[in-house]
Design a protein around this ligand. Sequence first.
Ligand code: C5P
Length: 222
Amino acid sequence: MVVAAGSGVRLGAVRAGRPVPKALVEVDGRPMVTHAVEGLLAAGVDDVVVAVPREHREEFAALLPAGVTLVVGGDTRTASVRNALAQCADGDGPVLVHDAARPFTPPAVVHRVLAALAGGARAVVPVLPVVDTTVVVDDDGQVTGEVARAALRRVQTPQGFDRGTLLAAYARVTDGGPGFTDDASVVRAAGVPVHTVAGDELAAKITVPHDLQRVVRPAVQA
Ligand code: C5P
């Protein structure tokens, strides 16, 4: 599934005076969501469900390849995943959850996640090391400590799951519970070990305007 129902407030894109959802913002001449969905299909994913904002459903439907299923997303990323998961209850095989905001994720990342699932992992995330010195600050912005970065990782998508494991973990999530920012956190909260594979800088998430200047479609995707 591809979650594309975010508002994009931090990106701040505007069209005709109205905010544009982040997934509809164009990079390299096409909307992020189109790149993200086509990337998964090109990597060999069979069925794609996309969570979209209710008021832009028709626009998304016109952009996406035939055969892609659209569902209306929710107020949080977790709610959007849950809505899309309802479409996945009857299938078999693993489920990947991917951010539309990672339009140029190389197929090799998808393949590494799928290979780890095929090898028996129930939950898999692509990760990258933290290269900057990382600190803790207080409310005034004063540094109160350093964090040993060797054990830290930045977590990307697509995240892959055994289907039953993901469905069971999301069934435990309540709207009043802790705010999850990804799906592996939901699964780990249910006591399931999460396996890591190598991510890729090309799978970086587009969040703020500066990210749009940084993102470039790779000339050749491995
Ligand atoms: O907000 P953030 O950049 O972390 O969002 C990550 C992904 O989750 C984006 O692709 C965004 O469209 C999606 N999302 C969603 N529903 C929400 C919030 C975010 O599908 N309510």
